[in-house]
Design a protein around this ligand. Structure first.
Ligand SMILES: NC(=O)c1ccc[n+]([C@@H]2O[C@H](COP(=O)([O-])OP(=O)(O)OC[C@H]3O[C@@H](n4cnc5c(N)ncnc54)[C@H](OP(=O)(O)O)[C@@H]3O)[C@@H](O)[C@H]2O)c1
Length: 248
């Protein structure tokens, strides 16, 4: 059995007792309007990976919140780069989390949405081949799918020559997928920031110095800085901080 590391709220009101799953879920609840929430883990010195992967930055508290964020969303949006590199599997939830979704009138599983310009995707990857809900690939009008991709996923073409993320998200909303969770990676986060589409950032800060080398959680073209006010600070007993920043 996994040992649960206690998580407490530090701000705004400190909690003396560790937060259970219900209390944590309430802190990351669904919004009344469409929202794009982005979730990342970083080192103290701003690294997006250790030894090339995010796993070296994550621990049990981060994984617990990561799972809750998946539980409450309608769709999980991920860049093709992260899907390929991290070897994404099918998005599955345990029975307790599926029961929570049923009780809240949601589908059993969130829909996986993969953002890709090139459509260099492997239909045999478990994220597609084993998906409990048919994934959506958000791409552009000129993209050419590899054989078999349309057998395992729906293509959503938004924009010509390049993916128009604003149009893509609006189309997901139109399909009833309004609570969107983006799990990265850095280039997708940079493009969403550039298009001013990020409503919320959930950031886990891991208490380690990764040193120089890895990139940051964002990448791509320079954009003007944007304010994103702090909403809460959670601390796990292993020294991990979990910040939630969101638009007013
Ligand atoms: N620390 C964390 O929380 C965390 C989270 C996620 C990822 N990561 C790490 O980040 C690294 C992957 O980063 P990456 O540089 O490959 O960035 P990425 O954003 O994961 O992937 C870039 C690729 O995704 C697609 N893409 C992204 N934005 C797009 C847009 N606006 N329009 C169309 N397609 C878009 C393109 O795929 P196509 O090539 O198919 O066109 C692009 O080549 C990995 O090392 C991963 O472990 C860390």
């Amino acid at each position: 059995m996994t040992v649960r590391i206690p998580i407490r709220r530090l701000w705004p009101e400190p909690s003396t007792q560790p937060l259970d799953d219900d209390a944590l879920t309430a802190l990351y609840d669904r919004a009344g309007e469409p929202r794009l929430r982005v979730n990342f883990v970083t080192s103290l010195d701003g690294a997006v990976t250790v030894d090339g992967y995010s796993a070296g930055l994550s621990g049990e508290p981060d994984k617990r919140v990561f799972g809750l964020l998946r539980m409450v969303c309608d769709a999980l949006v991920v860049a093709a780069g992260t899907l390929r590199h991290e070897g994404y599997r099918a998005v599955r939830l345990d029975e307790r989390r599926r029961a929570w979704r049923r009780a809240h009138g949601l589908t059993e599983y969130p829909t996986l949405v993969v953002v890709s310009h090139s459509l260099d995707l492997d239909p045999a990857q478990a994220a597609f081949a084993d998906a409990p809900t048919r994934p959506i690939v958000l791409t552009h009008a000129d993209a050419d799918p590899p054989p078999g991709l349309t057998d395992v996923a729906d293509l959503l073409r938004c924009g010509t020559e390049r993916v128009d993320l604003a149009v893509g998200l609006a189309e997901l909303h139109r399909r009833g997928l309004t609570q969107l969770l983006c799990e990265g990676g850095p280039h997708l986060f940079g493009a969403l920031t550039a298009a001013d589409l990020v409503d919320e950032l959930c950031l886990t800060v891991s208490p380690l110095l990764a040193g120089p080398g890895p990139g940051r959680i964002t990448a791509g073209d320079t954009v003007p800085p944007r304010q994103l006010p702090l909403r809460h600070v959670l601390a796990a007993e292993d020294g991990v901080l979990m910040l939630r920043h969101a638009r007013p």
